[in-house]
Design a protein around this ligand. Structure first.
Ligand code: FES
Ligand SMILES: [Fe+2]
Length: 337
């Protein structure tokens, strides 16, 4: 039920310090650890001796040591050391995952290791743009990852779920363009000459009506890129001149854990509020937690209903066009694998 042969975010870089970290990615139990030079290693989270999770162990130099009997394994899964006078070589962790670090995330390749391709890493170049500022969040959600994708591809929900911050009624009235281009789905919405929502009014910092845009794009395996912002109404932002506006590029990556749980990584890369102090950034971080918390409450309740009523089916409206395409793209990728 997951798309293989892709890079998935297993953790943020700063989650992996001196201790091993156990994570579930696409139903696979993985342990991540840092070697003495800082390079990451990712192995199946199972000691081949008596099947204890290696993530309960500890890191020593370039090796991970099992908590139970102290056997040490290298990044390639080979046994490096058997304690005492034990014999019985040939122990080896049965799976080694290609792993890389970029954009502040640890990525693991799920699928055929021989097909791992560094060039297939998603392009999140905004996260390396030093002219931008960032608000980051990472959330564990007890739902099917595709429900999070649906949520991000249908931003009309902001009007009802997030009225205190990013929602406004015009989201429902604005014409939208939605469709599929190959293995990508998109949904775009423009609102000309509207009063900004509270968050966008504060971000722009200028009174009066605005032109607002949202351009959402889905990419495999579970990425939603959202180009969003507002500009002083009538200054040409919807035609491409954003000089009188502010833009937030929201990079969303949802890593499936199981059929009913996922980890949601989000970064907003913004070109405004660039010189705020730590307290100001903390307020923005808190607002992201607040907004995503509103979504999580809904998504987890939605999953509970889906589990309780497996015979019930979704009905789709026009606002769901991009979600429907994204689910087909995911299905097609699974069939092709
Ligand atoms: S179970 Fe890991 S060393 Fe024995
Ligand atoms: Fe939301």
């Amino acid at each position: 039920m997951f798309v293989h042969d892709c890079w998935y975010i297993a953790a943020t870089s700063d989650e992996i310090g001196g201790q091993p970290l156990g994570r579930t990615v696409c139903g696979q139990e993985i342990v991540l650890f840092r070697q003495s030079d800082g390079a990451l290693a990712a192995l199946a989270d199972i000691c081949p001796h008596r099947l204890v999770p290696l993530s309960m162990g500890s890191v020593h130099g370039d090796a991970i040591r099992c908590r139970y009997h102290g056997i040490e394994f290298a990044a390639d899964g080979q046994c490096l050391r058997l304690p005492g006078a034990q014999t019985g070589g040939g122990l080896k962790v049965d799976r080694v995952y290609p792993v890389t670090e970029r954009y502040g995330f640890a990525w693991v390749w799920i699928g055929e290791a021989g097909r791992a391709d560094a060039a297939a890493l998603p392009d999140f170049h905004w996260l390396e743009d030093r002219s931008l500022a960032f608000t980051r969040g990472c959330y564990a959600i007890a739902c099917d990852y595709r429900l999070v994708v649906d949520n991000l591809l249908d931003l009309t929900h902001e009007a009802y779920v997030h009225p205190e911050t990013i929602g406004q009624d015009e989201l429902f009235d604005a014409p939208l363009r939605a469709g599929r281009e190959g293995r990508e789905a998109y949904l775009e919405r423009e609102m000309a000459g509207v009063e900004p929502s509270p968050y966008w009014a504060a971000s722009l910092g200028k009174p009066g009506p605005v032109d607002r845009w949202q351009r959402c794009r889905f990419r495999l395996p579970s990425i939603v890129l959202i180009d969003s912002g507002v500009a002083v109404a009538g200054t040409g932002a919807l035609e491409g001149d954003r000089s009188q506006g502010v833009t937030g590029q929201v990079i969303n990556f949802i890593t499936p854990e199981t059929a009913r749980s996922c980890r949601y990584y989000v970064v907003q890369a913004r070109d405004f509020m660039l010189d705020i102090d730590a307290a100001g950034q903390k307020r923005l971080d808190g607002m992201l937690d607040f907004i995503v918390g509103q979504d999580i409450a809904l998504l987890e309740a939605q999953q509970r209903v889906i589990d309780a009523r497996p015979e019930a089916a979704f009905r789709s409206l026009r606002i769901d066009t991009a979600s429907v395409h994204a689910r087909r793209i995911i299905d097609d990728a699974m069939i092709a694998a």
